[in-house]
Structure formats: structure tokens, C-alpha cells
Write a protein that binds this ligand. Structure first.
Ligand SMILES: [Zn+2]
Length: 125
């Protein structure tokens, strides 16, 4: 049985495209997004490895067990490197207020609009 591998393999490069398209948007925000930009590239690499793994399992006519074993290895690496790969926070690091989607996904400083404005004005003085 390789139904799961076959299903993942048939997705082809779509998962990769879904991960990479938001990555193109990082240009707009410049250097203050460097860490999260890298994180989304790591995620793309992980997605690429998972789809490649599924394709190899299907091609070699192996069972889903091989896919699961490979998947566990990839997930373990993701967990070990989670600080780099998932640097997201839902709350402001300064006031614990909730963050907007743009800040959560793009901005490295994890500051809410108010705290960022405050920090910018402090830096400007
Ligand atoms: Zn704040």
C-alpha cells in the first residue's frame, strides 16, 4: 500500500508553490524580515523533501511505511530547528498584545503597531 505517498506525490510542486509565493512578498518589507524570510525558505525545503520523498516511494514501489519513516525524520529535524523554522509569535514581545498577520508572518521584531511606533520614536531621539 502506498496510497498516502501516491496522494502526496500527485500534488507535485503545488505545495512548494504555496510556500514560495508568500516568500516573494518579503521583498516589500526589506531587512526587518531577514529571519522570517529564511524561515519560510527552510519550510519550502522541508516541503520539497516531503514531496520528493513521496515521489521516490511511489517510483521505487515501496510501501507507505518508508514514507512515514522519512516523514518522522524530517519532522524531528523541524522540531530540533523549530526556533529557526517557526520563529512566529502571536503576541507582542513587549506588551503581550495580539499581533496582526503581517507582523506574525513577516516582521522579525514581533512588536505590535504601538510598540513598534514607540521603539521607532525612541530610536529617532
Ligand atoms: Zn506591543
Amino acid at each position: 500500500m502506498n496510497t498516502v505517498s501516491l496522494w502526496v506525490a500527485e500534488l507535485g510542486i503545488w505545495p512548494l508553490i504555496v510556500v514560495l509565493v508568500p516568500n516573494l512578498m518579503f521583498r516589500r518589507f526589506g531587512q526587518s524580515t531577514a529571519e522570517k524570510r529564511k524561515a519560510s525558505l527552510y519550510q519550502a525545503i522541508a516541503v520539497f523533501l516531503i514531496t520528493t520523498l513521496a515521489a521516490s516511494v511511489v517510483k521505487s514501489e515501496l510501501t507507505d511505511i518508508y514514507f512515514y519513516v522519512g516523514l518522522v525524520v524530517i519532522l524531528l529535524v523541524l522540531i530540533i530547528l523549530r526556533g529557526k523554522i517557526f520563529p512566529y509569535r502571536l503576541n507582542c514581545v513587549s506588551c503581550e498584545g495580539s499581533l496582526d498577520i503581517k507582523t506574525i508572518y513577516f516582521m522579525d521584531n514581533n512588536l505590535c503597531v504601538d510598540c513598534r511606533a514607540k521603539k521607532d520614536s525612541d530610536a529617532g531621539e
